[in-house]
Ligand binder design. Structure first.
Ligand SMILES: Cc1cc2nc3c(=O)[nH]c(=O)nc-3n(C[C@H](O)[C@H](O)[C@H](O)COP(=O)(O)OP(=O)(O)OC[C@H]3O[C@@H](n4cnc5c(N)ncnc54)[C@H](O)[C@@H]3O)c2cc1C
Length: 301
């Protein structure tokens, strides 16, 4: 989708930088995605005005964080993509509280807090992407989930059209699902973290990194787990038991290291990846009677 020069000029007054015709395949860890205009929201205080303007002009939009959990359709996209600037996001610690901008890198936040003797989030060290994406997804690994530490989230709230602060208790954090509305934009978070000596945190971080390196295709293009685990089960184990590791549709392939990671081995299209997802889901349904839900978020055309 293209933003007209007139609209671009009005958006500029709100501190929005237009980046025209961005190939989203370059912005996602899967290396898949069509082209559209990107709007960089440089002033968080003007976001309500920006949203109002986009609504008035009938411009559909989606918010992209680090792009590590999205599968985006091919070709020209019928929506623009909003993004927060990632250079120098704010992070500070006061006692056991950490205040972090949503644009910050999640792993960077874990190490920043660790160096100040605040732990608890060691399991999240290898989860790529932004703090905002982690909040939306309630990112978790090795027994840790970000939601457990959230005390406040500052956000643009679509239901009121205003910037607000939500208390952690008022947000539901479930398995890879939260109660934020689709159009909410997370801007900042306050976390409360347990005190722990840096050395201890570092030792746990090393263990988690080793586990990841041993089991995940970290040098290939992926979006992490494609499916959520069904209650009490493991999507990866079922896919593995069906002998589907290495199964391909075009350049989309079930990883031969981790059966719930689907990788783009060269130039996979979104259509290839979707067919692979559907084929695997169907095989699991027929063999196990289990309907797998996507963990990866699919943005249609
Ligand atoms: C190699 C690899 C390993 C992974 N391992 C794990 C793991 O162990 N555990 C795990 O939970 N995930 C894992 N993931 C998935 C992914 O890293 C997480 O879901 C991550 O938190 C997504 O963050 P992101 O910034 O990349 O979000 P994106 O992919 O950009 O977006 C995901 C969703 O969040 C929304 N979003 C992003 N930022 C904001 C914001 N500021 N405001 C509002 N909405 C926003 C987007 O609109 C979209 O709906 C892995 C991915 C990869 C590639």
């Amino acid at each position: 989708m293209r933003i007209s020069d007139t609209l671009a000029a009005r958006l500029k007054e709100f501190g929005v930088e237009l980046r025209p015709s961005v190939p989203l395949s370059e912005k996602t860890s899967l290396g898949i995605g069509g082209t559209t205009d990107q709007l960089l929201l440089r002033k968080s205080e003007t976001i309500p005005d920006v949203m109002h303007l986009l609504a008035n002009e009938n411009i559909p939009h989606r918010f992209l964080g680090g792009g590590t959990n999205v599968l985006i359709a091919d070709d020209e996209l019928p929506y623009v993509v909003l993004h927060l600037p990632t250079s120098q996001p704010g992070m500070r610690v006061e006692g056991n509280a950490a205040y972090v901008d949503a644009a910050a890198d999640l792993g960077g936040m874990v190490t920043f807090c660790a160096k100040r003797d605040l732990g608890g989030m060691e399991g999240l060290i290898g989860v790529p992407g932004s703090v905002g994406g982690a909040l939306r997804m309630n990112a978790g690994a090795y027994g840790t989930q970000i939601g457990s530490y959230v005390r406040e989230v500052e956000l643009y709230r679509a239901s009121t059209g205003k910037l607000e602060i939500l208390r952690g208790d008022d947000i539901r954090f479930d398995y890879r699902h939260t109660s934020f509305a689709v159009e909410d934009v997370m801007l900042r978070v306050k976390l409360e973290l347990p005190s722990k000596p840096f050395k201890e945190i570092l030792a746990l971080i090393k263990v988690c990194n080793e586990k990841r390196r041993a089991s995940q295709p970290l040098n290939q293009k992926s979006a992490g787990c494609i499916f959520k685990n069904p209650p009490g089960g493991s999507a990866g184990r079922m896919i593995d038991e069906l002998g589907l590791k290495g199964h391909r549709v075009g350049d989309a392939m079930v990883s031969d290291r981790h059966a719930n990671f689907f990788v783009n081995v060269a130039n996979a299209s979104c259509a290839d990846m979707l067919r692979l997802i559907d084929e695997v889901r169907e095989r699991v349904r027929v063999s196990y009677g289990v309907e797998l839900d996507n963990e990866v978020i699919f943005w249609k055309n």
